[in-house]
Design a protein around this ligand. Sequence first.
Ligand code: PMP
Length: 431
Amino acid sequence: GQAGTLRFEESARQIAENARFIAGGVNSNFRLGMAPGPLVFERGEGAYLIDIDGNRIIDYYCGMGATVLGHTPAPVLEAARQQAEKGILFAGQTPIEYEAAKLICERVPSAERLRFGSSGSEVAQAAMRLARAATGRRTIVKFEGHYHGWFDNILWSTAPGLNAAGPEDVPTPVIGSRGQDPQAGEGLAILGWNDLAALEARLAKGDVAAVLMEPAMCNQGAIAPVPGYLEGALAACRRHGALLIFDEVITGFRLARGGAQERFGVTPDLTLMAKAIANGFPVAAIAGRADLLDLFADGVLHGGTFNAQPIAMAALVATQKLLTPAHYQRSSAHGEALQDGIRTILAEAGIKAQVAGFPLMFHVAFGLDAPAQNYRDVARSDKVAYGRFAHALLRRGVRVLERGAWFVSSEHDGAIVDATLDAVRGAVTEI
Ligand code: PMP
């Protein structure tokens, strides 16, 4: 695999064959794209995925950021297996969901209360509804390049295929999909992220219900807030009567156990979680101030047949028990060694790049002189070269998102970091 010779013919064959039954052969548009085409996997094993061509691939997608403990953590699998034997779905409450809720409320600073759901997209909808109910206002501020799910009222100026438009401080909203209701974007104000003056100016109009943001921008790169930005955004929201919502669907349980809000010491009014919360089992949560969450028991509707699915709740509890300070210390050391290694290899090859982000999530942007601070910066990076790099890595057995971050799990140990760096050394010769 080190010479860049992996082949993916059986994946290509099965995708083509099954496009007869599944649109495009995939069940999420985000699984399209990426040369040489979507892959079909037989199973996972720690940090590895084994595809149907028999390739053993080091995986940095990590379930789009979900599998922070790798693909097969034994205690999580065992907890799910034991819970499954008790039955599948009761349309009632279970002790395991109470245990799960208590754990999350203990760990996430803003979480006084919560509600569970099944996907990040859904709980983003719930948060916007709560914010509008609580404030009596309509406008939700959203930022270029930030992603909060695929629904009509929020899929604006975001991936996939975003091209920023208009002036940087007052962007023109860009619709996300054919068939999307163009009027559904009327409840949004789109701004550039990491620009406090622009946010302050928009809030001053007095019509903003909530400011919704990824507290670190993860859907286009892996970009930290500039110093003071989160604190300033919170203070500005307070001054103008708006709520602050952190979408921690990616940052939660990854930047720190308590998410970006713990890492940066800024507590929002509401928080969205999903992905790593249960290491890839379908769980999401909306959490926050008790008075806001209690609106769900007072006329604000939130439903879902699969909410707090017991098997997923058992997986959540087992996952959280493994997310110890030692986990973060060990995994972070490996993530940092990997980033240092990539930086050195790129520098020695004379390739201009920024390797930036956090220990367990980072991005590589070619052609930039300084770290990106927002979507427009990322858009200026050389994405064609990065696409070639990602494909060259895959042919060497290392799978990274063609656009977006590298996700590091507890299974990416020293040996896997070394193997990855060997692949990086080979791949840079192709860009
Ligand atoms: N918010 C963020 C920050 C995300 O990254 C995602 C998914 N990539 C979502 C929300 C939507 O989550 P889901 O795919 O579970 O609906």
